[in-house]
Design a binder for this molecule. Structure first.
Ligand code: ZN
Length: 80
């Protein structure tokens, strides 16, 4: 069996080993050592952007909504 293709490979959660800036509000938010943060790898470039837990939430909610749209687009509203 071939492995299932994973489409969210550029998104991950990381534990900061040192202080990081939050990409959305770099002057207001920082990610402290030991704190979990969302890391998004930019396509093409090797750069990564970090988001604090506050800013990660709407990003993850949007991703969830997008996934739900894809799922209902293929299977319709009422399928499990
Ligand atoms: Zn933030």
């Amino acid at each position: 069996m071939p492995p299932i293709r994973r489409v969210l490979g550029h998104v991950s959660v990381d534990t900061a080993r040192a202080r990081r800036k939050c990409h959305r509000k770099p002057n207001e938010h920082s990610i402290t050592k030991g704190e979990a943060c969302l890391v998004i790898k930019e396509q093409g470039q090797g750069s990564k952007k970090n988001y604090c837990r506050t800013c990660a939430r709407p990003i993850l909610q949007q991703a969830q909504a997008d996934l739900d749209l894809l799922t209902t687009g293929i299977y319709g509203q009422n399928t499990e």
